[in-house]
Design a protein around this ligand. Structure first.
Ligand SMILES: O=C(O)CCC(=O)C(=O)O
Ligand SMILES: [Fe+2]
Length: 492
């Protein structure tokens, strides 16, 4: 049985001996505790860090500098243990035939496991760090609301008309903009002759747009299809089932809406499900245990893929910004990952409301997976709302506030929102990637100089998030709060 707090398989009576193993697929690696570094091309490899030998065990990890996105090599590597408890050698090809399984295995190997039983037996009491980042007033489900034939949007969902009128203008101008949101080819960025030019394109996309679509990302389409189906089924569960996973008054994880801080506040035309997925010790076990089994397993695999992808993109951004590689590693190696699944039901008066009010994301990097081809996402560019048309097999990636702060404003988080329509529902999953919970947030030292002084203050990341979730979501107002004014204090 998989323990969803630690990512390990529970096996009663397992012996306590343990070691920590790491696995990476392609690329450069470093081992901060042992001062080792190396390079692997092709196949999956594991390295072992023996707990006793490692003084820095809690923070020790092999850090893939250029994690790969493909696992098709047939190079030899180690695989999960056989039934006899001894480790079997297998080929990379076999190991990753079932990518979902492989990803779960990757996760398991990134935590201590019991040497005598092979893979993922419980050897470590993970101290569950029960951080509650925020709470939100409990609100009804919009999906349930539209089950009754309604012709008008209830007053609590009617949004500011001036803002909404801009949506119509954006729709009219859509064709001009459709081609404009940059598309980054991850394969070209990591391999081959066009790496340099693709890196420049990435840099411009982050500076000028704060948004881009990423293609050739290497995440298996079968995993994405499976995840898509399971998320759709999840929102179709009967209300009685969903209630078991509804937000609680003291914690915003679960079904509901985020950032609802007053009974008067206008609500968005959507239902969402929010949960923290990484690191393991931040997971809310009661939520994980109640997820449908298949979704839970696919979510594990998806979460690993998203972490790999986020780390790859972040390390490329570091390169483009000419930051020191270790700065990003120190901040994100054990980064906080959370997911927000969004369900926007059809709306009888789409011009009166909004699926997700304008906001910038508080994280470093968001990877958005649009589950169907219904349009709805718009980004604010030069004062206009620009629709983002989902490309097949692409993720939409955007810079969040943390990256704007770390880059000292070179990259900018961009306001975006989700619109609804009268005919079709829309679903998306946003994966948010933020820095390690014990890190301090502020501009990267390598980007600061007397000529380029820090424009943002430094705060512990835990405080940053708690303050963020305590506020009503309002465009980029939270980032303004983090800015240093000319006298060296807060700007607001
Ligand atoms: O559903 C969308 O397109 C946008 C979702 C979003 O912005 C978010 O979850 O932060
Ligand atoms: Fe967002």
């Amino acid at each position: 049985m998989l323990d969803y707090m630690t990512g390990m398989y529970k096996q009663p009576g397992a012996a306590p001996a343990c070691e920590r193993r790491y696995i990476f697929v392609y690329g450069n690696w470093t081992h901060p505790c042992k001062g080792e570094f190396g390079n692997e091309q092709g196949g999956a490899s594991t390295r072992t860090c023996h707990e006793q030998a490692c003084m820095n065990h809690s923070s020790c990890s092999f850090l893939p500098e250029t994690p790969g996105t493909s696992c098709q090599s047939s190079e030899t590597s180690e695989g999960p243990s056989g039934d006899d408890g001894r480790r079997k050698r297998t080929t990379g090809e076999n190991l990753f035939k079932d990518e979902k399984q492989a990803s779960v295995w990757l996760l398991c190997l990134s935590v201590p496991y019991n040497r005598t039983r092979g893979i993922c037996t419980p050897v470590m009491e993970t101290e569950s760090h029960q951080v509650v980042f925020g709470k939100s007033i409990i609100v009804p489900s919009v999906r349930e609301l539209v089950k009754e034939p309604i012709t008008k949007v209830p007053p609590r969902y009617v949004h500011n008309q001036q803002d909404l009128q801009m949506a119509a203008a954006a729709a009219a101008a859509a064709d001009i903009w459709l081609q404009s949101v940059p598309v980054i080819d991850l394969h070209c960025l990591l391999h081959g002759d066009s790496m340099g030019s693709e890196l420049e394109r990435l840099h411009s996309a982050c500076k000028d747009w704060g948004f881009f679509q990423v293609v050739n990302h290497g995440v298996s389409s079968s995993l994405l299809e499976e995840f898509k189906g399971e998320v759709q089924d999840f929102f179709e569960l009967p209300l009685e089932e969903k209630k078991k996973l509804w937000q609680q008054p003291d914690n915003h994880e679960g079904f509901g809406q985020l950032f609802v801080v007053s009974e008067e506040q206008r609500l968005d035309w959507s239902d969402m499900f929010y949960l923290t997925t990484l690191p393991f010790n931040l997971r809310k076990s009661d939520i994980f245990q109640k997820l449908p089994q298949k979704l839970r397993e696919t979510l594990e695999a998806y979460s690993v893929e998203m972490k790999k992808l986020a780390m790859t993109i972040l390390s490329q951004m570091t390169k483009a910004l000419k930051m020191k590689a270790e700065e990003i590693r120190d901040m994100f190696s054990d980064g906080v990952q959370s997911m927000r699944m969004n369900y926007y039901p059809p709306c009888p008066e789409p011009d009166m409301t909004i699926g997700f009010a304008p906001h910038s994301d508080a994280d470093a990097l968001t990877i958005l997976f649009q589950l169907n081809d219904t349009e709805g996402l718009q980004i604010r560019k030069e004062g206009r709302w620009v629709p983002v048309k989902p490309l097949p097999n692409a993720f939409v990636v955007n810079i969040g506030d943390i990256m704007e702060i770390v880059s000292n404003g070179i990259y900018q988080s961009i306001e975006h929102r989700a619109m609804v329509n009268s005919a079709k529902k829309r679903l998306s999953v946003a994966t948010f990637f933020s820095s390690n919970l014990d890190s301090e947030l502020g501009p990267a030292p390598s980007l600061i100089s007397p000529q380029n002084p820090a424009i943002f203050q430094r705060v512990p990341i835990e405080k940053y998030f708690k303050d963020f979730f305590a506020r009503r979501l309002d465009g980029k107002s939270y980032l303004k709060f983090m800015k240093i004014d000319e006298d060296g204090g807060h700007t607001s």
